[in-house]
Design a protein around this ligand. Sequence first.
Ligand SMILES: NC(=O)c1ccc[n+]([C@@H]2O[C@H](COP(=O)([O-])OP(=O)(O)OC[C@H]3O[C@@H](n4cnc5c(N)ncnc54)[C@H](O)[C@@H]3O)[C@@H](O)[C@H]2O)c1
Ligand SMILES: CC(C)[C@H](C(=O)O)[C@@H](O)C(=O)O
Ligand SMILES: [Mg+2]
Length: 386
Amino acid sequence: MGPAGERSSSETARAGGSGPGGSQAGEPAVLLLPGDGIGPEVVEAARRVLEAAAHAHGLRIRFDEVLIGGAAIDQAGDPLPEATLEKARRARAVLLGAVGGPAWDDLPVDRRPEKGLLRLRQALGLFANIRPLPGFVAAYGRSPLKPELLRGVDLVVVRELTGGLYYGPRARRALEEGGEEAYDTLLYRTHEIERVARVAFDLARTRRPVGQRRVASIDKANVLTSSQLWRETVRRVAADYPDVTLEHLYVDNAAMQLVRDPGRFDVLLTGNLFGDILSDEAAALAGSLGVLPSASLGGPVPLFEPVHGSAPDLAGRGVANPVGTILSAALLFRYALGHEAAAAMIERAVEQALADGARTADLAGEGEGALATEEMTAAILERLRV
Ligand SMILES: NC(=O)c1ccc[n+]([C@@H]2O[C@H](COP(=O)([O-])OP(=O)(O)OC[C@H]3O[C@@H](n4cnc5c(N)ncnc54)[C@H](O)[C@@H]3O)[C@@H](O)[C@H]2O)c1
Ligand SMILES: CC(C)[C@H](C(=O)O)[C@@H](O)C(=O)O
Ligand SMILES: [Mg+2]
């Protein structure tokens, strides 16, 4: 993960990464939420890597596993059963696969599998979602961009995760004159913007030397009043970080710059919806959504999950790329357990496996032998070295 790994433990704590709960006799408890589609396949891969990296450092992790998403709807009638939330609250960290899929696509949004994930993030107070695209992932990916455009790419999206358009007032209702109306509200309060901006600026300080630290704040302040508040608040927070250069970009321009000149970015600070979209776009710089990890911080129990979804087209075939979830396990060591050595060990093993040509189908070129999920995981496990 490069310089992001140099975060001090006090900074990690400030971002809300390490909670007091979930450990018994020195054995941290990690709650696995495999979810739907390829979720169980990639979570099993990451569990094996977590266990092996812990073992290599004389640490034991206690795992527990419960349902979320569509699987929980089918069994308990609720995408986030109370028992799941209770277990999450008591864990040291949560590792999630993905939720959703065609079986639940006709449900209203408030009853869909995805709602279980949104409720979990909110209930745990996880307002800061960190989505890194490490340089080595971009370098060994299968980007559709020319190689020269990828030089120097090493960026991270800091996405506000518990506000904005996802959580504002919404309704759908019939109109007297016929038809319906529906709305969602993009609402931000000053303190919600301030706290996530601080996470972005703190992170920028850990990634690059003075003189090269940059935060790009993404908004639509030429149209949206919520974005004007966003921009003014971020500018005020930036005054506390004179060593970090702040620029503001409109989201439409940012989307274009991300493929035209991705190397210009370091930390991108975004609201909830813009961050969702731009992080999938960032994944395209690596050629696959399967390789991007994430950490959601801000409350006592952090959550780790790949950026991708349940990939119904791949589910059950054993071919999904486990790298995004395995790199999320590395972030779990870094942010939840404060164990930088184990985090770096996993990242080095992934980098080495990619450098040696290990590729699942999403990254393999024409005629290259693609590895199954289990084979890719084995290639990474073989390269775990202290
Ligand atoms: N965090 C989450 O749980 C999450 C995130 C995104 C989407 N979803 C849900 O997943 C379902 C499918 O959504 P979608 O198709 O838009 O997005 P998706 O991320 O599931 O898939 C998009 C594309 O990326 C590919 N892909 C994704 N993960 C991959 C992996 N690990 N290895 C190789 N290829 C991979 C898929 O094959 C597909 O072509 C929907 O129900 C959606 O709501 C959930
Ligand atoms: C599944 C969905 C609720 C989720 C989001 O939009 O946050 C996903 O797309 C993600 O990126 O984690
Ligand atoms: Mg998304």
